[in-house]
Design a protein around this ligand. Structure first.
Ligand code: HEC
Ligand code: HEC
Length: 237
């Protein structure tokens, strides 16, 4: 379930939207913090949010990945109306600046305290992330998302700092096609090979992992990716 905005949030957002779009020409990164207050209403540092927050962490993710998502929301390959409204009028160049700005931030992070889970569910989640399930043709998540699960530049996101409900919802959207990527859409293929229990296992395990030390994404993948992904193009590098 995506969060519904209350009237206070809608009003604040309306004011901040004006700030966001009225200064499109400004170039300096240090004023970006002011212009991007609208974003931080929802994408605040994790430890200031409640445990059942739905909003994904965007700080520190590879800039190419963030840019791809901003254009996906703007152009309808992902749907969340408040984000589409914010991004509707912004230029490619500004989206790139916004992506670079959030990619450069590293606020403190505290993992979600997970709901009661069975050890079997947790172990299955860890196994899928680290080794995959060859019998079901599911590659290890770490083979693409990096051994530290913090992503790989320029276009593969980290998997830590995402609330469990958010991860579950993304898999639902990838399976039913309401979150789409350039073809071949590797995540859609993987999402369809995972059972509902598998998805719950990885979401629960991932959301309980802390980010330790430097959260910068890896610079290169150790091996060729186990599947081709259309959003990870050589041009994106
Ligand atoms: C009203 C709350 C809200 C505001 C304001 C908001 N976002 Fe979001 N954002 C969300 C939610 C919710 C999602 C996840 C939507 C989904 O796919 O289910 C999201 C997703 C994202 C993602 C994709 C994250 C990922 O890991 O794939 C990026 C990037 C992002 N937002 C950036 C921004 C930026 C930049 C701004 C300011 C211009 C902004 N958001 C403003 C709520 C918000
Ligand atoms: C073949 C490479 C590959 C493998 C294997 C892979 N992923 Fe991904 N994943 C990607 C790419 C590329 C993206 C970015 C897609 C996009 O641009 O929207 C992604 C995106 C995601 C996202 C969205 C993140 C966000 O912030 O919204 C989640 C969640 C995710 N993957 C989870 C997993 C899990 C769990 C596994 C293991 C079961 C896995 N992935 C295996 C390549 C991979």
């Amino acid at each position: 379930m995506k969060p519904v905005m209350n009237s206070f949030l809608s009003a604040a957002l309306f004011v901040l939207m004006t700030v966001l779009s009225s200064q499109v020409q400004a170039e300096k990164l240090d004023s970006m913090a002011e212009r991007l207050q609208a974003c931080v209403i929802c994408h605040a540092a994790k430890d200031t949010q409640s445990a059942d927050a739905y909003y994904p962490r965007i700080a520190g993710k590879p800039a190419g990945y963030l840019y791809n998502q901003l254009s996906n929301f703007r152009d309808g390959r992902r749907t969340y109306t408040p984000m589409t409204n914010l991004l509707d009028t912004l230029s490619e160049d500004y989206l790139k600046q916004i992506a670079a700005y959030f990619s450069s931030l590293h606020p403190a992070f505290a993992p979600e305290v997970s709901a009661a889970v069975t050890p079997a569910l947790f172990t299955r989640g860890q196994l899928l992330v680290r080794q995959g399930d060859p019998a079901k043709k599911i590659p290890a998540c770490a083979a693409c998302h990096g051994s530290r699960l913090l992503g790989v530049v320029p276009a593969i996101p980290g998997l830590l700092g995402l609330p469990r409900d958010y991860i579950n919802a993304q898999f639902g959207a990838m399976r039913n096609g309401s979150r789409r990527n350039s073809s071949p859409d590797c995540m859609a293929q993987i999402a369809r090979r995972l059972s509902a229990d598998d998805i719950n296992s990885v979401a629960t395990w991932l959301s309980a992992q802390p980010i330790v030390g430097d959260e910068a994404p890896d610079a290169v993948l150790p091996d060729p990716m186990p599947l081709r992904c259309g959003s990870v193009t050589p041009e994106a590098k």
